[in-house]
Design a protein around this ligand. Structure first.
Ligand code: MGD
Ligand code: MGD
Ligand code: SF4
Ligand code: MO
Length: 755
């Protein structure tokens, strides 16, 4: 009989980075539990983490590459699959083609799981460099781009993202976030539910602003059901009160901040009485929250999807940090603070003191002239870039870990556009709504067949944590690093080994020539010889932690963090809470915080005009998440889809009555761009005038291979979202979408499972 062993690793499914304990018998995962000894999560886990074994064993998960053949697929060897990719991309990108704008004919879409994947974090860049296209799209523009742009302008680098210091805070104001289902976002803290309860227990206050009475709202001292899409104006009303009542106290950072007077002017038109009609929040409530915020010993304002993936999302993302700064809570214990990753910075910073600062719009999209942000175009314009002919039209597409047909606005239109491509290749473990359009699918190994170290979410973490998980099983095929490197090699001409070694080599060379680095002036070859680890990704981790603030800096006899030390610590190493980091960490050209970034001036004017114009007389659609969902891609795991169907439309009983609709009735939801037919749930949990539908459903399309998900398909919320985008960031407006709802059956054409 095979022995049972226990393996410990970080869960790669969401941003919470919980430690898991897996009971393994041979090649079989018997069970997954929370690792009680994990230094960060202390045994917490959610149903998704518990389903990691199911994901690993899912018979629908692809193990071998496949290529399209007529109407079907053929499993092929990796060599044959890569040959097909070379042939398919050859007309647009290959080693012997010019490196000019003709390369824009290849589009790229990068999905969310890349951020949870060490190899993708390290080896995407060489792949994108080899491709040389400007037609780059990602899940960032259906998610956090407003926050990134705001942080870029405030602090000089979009990666500098202060997060609530939850464990030491006494007042938390959450807008458009539901961590009891999502476990947090751009805010890494496992067991956020427990941490929020602890805040309440020690006498702290929790205020939740959300048009829906979520489970997070149920924990709050005060729940404010705001009208969707109006958070930016409401946050400016809070700032208005602080200024008007003389409650501004920036504190230590006052001498390092510009723009306070401009911010005062910007907040002027947003008196609580003025915005009350638009936001639906009574002026007295707004004034009280502003006073509480100012008087709290420490406080943090935090907004996420509901506040950011909405109209004026960038204004909302900036305004929350403006409030943190005005109340002295920016960069102070219990306020919002800059995470302190143990490794040296992964990315070269786009802006540095003395430079030009964070820039957007260095180039523009072809059809609509949308500016790039962080070298990407909005995912909302991907379909039109495929549809419209002319030089620079996208004719081939590469997707890596993305399902934009279900995740991005007007997915139905994108679905149709993908069918017209000359060639498409997807690096993805599932044959789903997006990858069914591919000519070649290259499946990466399962999460248990790769090592993990959270280079991305250490930058959002409330504690400094170092945790490395080795691969549990050998992959059957190449790892994701090898897949990306081989693609880069085929397109760019460099040997695979050079690319795999390059990620480390380029970081070493940068560090030895960076003044102030612990290895400044040392010999790059010598350092490379000292780096440990067999896997190319692990070698970079070793280098990054050894040159980070707790590393041994490759000095003989010096104790410190290294891959070897991490291997001896399967439950992770906790290196303490966040610490004040400004002004040193600022990357603006003048090394000061810009509290009133000039590019936002016109947005604030536009917002004031919108408030003046008053609310729309329409139902507004918002999104929702459930603990057992993960965007579009875990609906194929049986344990995550048990119970009542979750893809339902929530509507307030008053709104149901006004339309003569009964609970459980099938309804048609119609927006400007599309319609879906879905079961209704009448519930007082949503505010009047608001309807809520989860995203990531709409399975069962012909040609997909998702047996479990296909049996409970649901409909896609993104068949309703349209091309409206947040002007400053290009992010899709996914919340606050005007819709109409009526009984189904009167509709002209059916909708639903079969796209
Ligand atoms: N279980 C689960 N966990 C996940 C995911 C998942 O799909 N499932 N996805 C992961 C990802 S990729 C992300 S980015 C995070 C997102 O994590 P969160 O940002 O916490 O996102 P949601 O859970 O969607 O919560 C958004 C809330 O905003 C509310 N809302 C909608 N419109 C508005 C508005 O205009 N104003 C305000 N104030 N509120 C509004 C909604 O009712 C909802 O409760 O979750 C991550 N974790
Ligand atoms: N209406 C509405 N739309 C939304 C949202 C919303 O709140 N409302 N939320 C948005 C948000 S926050 C996000 S992040 C996006 C997500 O948008 P996407 O990232 O486009 O969608 P996912 O559903 O996360 O799809 C992930 C894909 O990656 C594949 N995958 C999983 N693991 C791996 C891996 O290790 N390697 C590779 N190569 N592939 C892998 C899966 O099979 C799946 O195809 O959706 C957005 N869309
Ligand atoms: S909360 Fe996130 S990290 Fe923790 S077990 Fe669930 S999916 Fe994994
Ligand atoms: Mo996301």
């Amino acid at each position: 009989m095979e022995q049972i062993r226990t393996a410990y690793r970080t869960c790669p499914l969401c941003e919470a980075t919980c430690g898991l304990a897996l009971r393994v018998r041979g090649a079989r995962i018997e069970s997954v539990r929370g690792d009680a000894d994990d230094v960060f999560s202390r045994g917490y886990l959610c149903p998704k983490g518990a389903a990691l074994g199911e994901l690993h064993h899912d018979p629908d998960r692809l193990r071998r590459p496949r290529v399209r053949e007529g109407a079907g697929w053929r499993e092929v060897s990796w060599d044959e699959a890569f040959d097909r990719v070379v042939a398919g991309l050859a007309p647009y990108a290959s080693a012997d083609r010019p490196r000019d704008r003709s390369r824009d004919a290849v589009g790229v879409y990068l999905g969310n799981p890349n951020t949870h994947n060490l190899a993708a974090t390290l080896f995407m860049r060489p792949f994108l460099k080899a491709l040389g296209t400007r037609n780059l799209f990602s899940a960032s523009t259906v998610d956090q781009m407003p926050r990134e742009v705001a942080c870029g302008w405030l602090y000089g680098n979009p990666g500098l993202n202060p997060v609530p210091d939850i464990d030491r805070s006494s007042f938390l104001l959450l807008l458009g976030a539901n961590p009891l289902e999502s476990n947090g976002s751009l805010w890494t803290a496992p067991d956020l539910p427990g941490r929020l309860r602890a805040l309440r227990k020690r006498g702290g206050r929790l205020v939740v602003v959300d048009p829906v009475s979520t489970r997070t709202a149920a924990l709050a001292n005060l729940h404010i059901p705001i009208r969707p899409g109006t958070d930016a104006a409401w946050l400016l009303a809070l700032a208005h009160v602080l200024f008007a009542e003389g409650r501004v106290a920036v504190g230590r950072l006052a001498e390092h901040a510009n723009g306070i007077e401009t911010a005062r002017r910007w907040a002027e038109p947003f008196a609580p009485e003025v915005v009350a009609g638009w936001t639906g929040v009574p002026a007295e409530t707004t004034r009280q929250v502003a006073r509480d915020l100012a008087e709290a010993p420490s406080a943090a304002v935090y907004g996420r999807m509901g506040a950011h993936a909405a109209a004026f999302g960038t204004v909302a993302a900036w305004a929350s940090d403006l409030l943190n700064a005005l109340t002295g809570n920016l960069d102070r214990e219990g306020g919002v603070m800059l995470p302190r990753p143990p490794e040296t910075r992964v990315r070269a910073s786009p802006a540095a003191p003395g430079g030009r600062g964070f820039q957007i719009g260095r180039w523009h999209s072809r059809v609509r002239g949308e500016p790039e942000r962080r070298s990407e175009f909005p995912s909302a314009v991907l379909a039109e870039e495929i549809e419209e002919s002319g030089p620079g039209q996208i004719r081939a597409l590469v997707t890596v870990a993305g399902n934009p047909v279900l995740s991005t606005p007007n997915g139905r239109r994108l679905d149709a556009a993908l069918a017209t491509l000359d060639f498409m290749v997807s690096v993805d473990p599932y044959l789903n709504e997006t990858t069914r359009h591919a000519d070649v699918i290259l499946p990466p190994p399962s999460p248990l067949e790769r090592s993990h170290y959270d280079l991305t979410y250490n930058h959002a973490s409330v504690r400094c944590i170092a945790h490395h998980s080795p691969a549990l099983f050998e992959p059957e095929g190449p790892g994701e690093a090898e897949i990306l490197a081989r693609l880069a090699s085929l397109i760019g001409g460099s040997p695979v080994d050079t690319i795999l070694r390059g990620a480390l080599r380029e970081r070493i060379e940068r560090e030895v020539s960076r003044p102030g680095s612990p290895i400044a002036g040392r010999d790059a070859d010598e350092i490379e010889g000292l780096v440990e680890g067999e896997d190319p990704s692990d070698r970079v981790v070793d280098f990054l932690v050894r040159t980070g603030r707790y590393g041994d800096a490759f000095e003989q006899g010096r104790e410190g963090l290294s891959l070897a030390a991490l291997r001896d610590a399967p439950h992770g190493i906790d290196l303490g809470p966040m610490e004040p980091a400004f002004p040193d960490a600022l990357e603006t050209p003048d090394a000061r915080i810009d509290l009133a970034p000039e590019p936002l001036a016109s947005e604030v004017d536009r917002l004031a005009a919108a408030v003046d114009a008053g609310p729309l007389e329409s139902l507004l659609l918002v999104g929702r998440r459930h603990l057992r969902s993960n965007n579009s891609w875990l609906h194929n795991l049986p344990s995550l889809v048990t119970g009542r169907p979750r893809c339902t439309l929530w509507m307030h009983p008053g709104d149901c009555a006004a339309r003569g609709l009964g609970d459980r009735e099938t309804v048609e939801v119609r927006s400007e761009v599309g319609h879906v037919v879905v079961p209704l749930e009448s519930t007082e949990d949503v505010a009047a005038g608001v309807v809520s539908l989860p995203h990531g459903y709409g399975h069962g399309a012909p040609g997909t291979r998702l047996g479990v998900a296909g049996a409970r398909p649901g409909v896609s919320a993104n068949d309703l979202t349209e091309g409206e985008i947040d002007v400053a960031s290009g992010n899709a407006v996914l919340n606050g979408v005007p819709v109409q709802v009526r009984a189904a059956g009167r509709s002209s054409s059916p909708s639903g499972p079969n796209r």
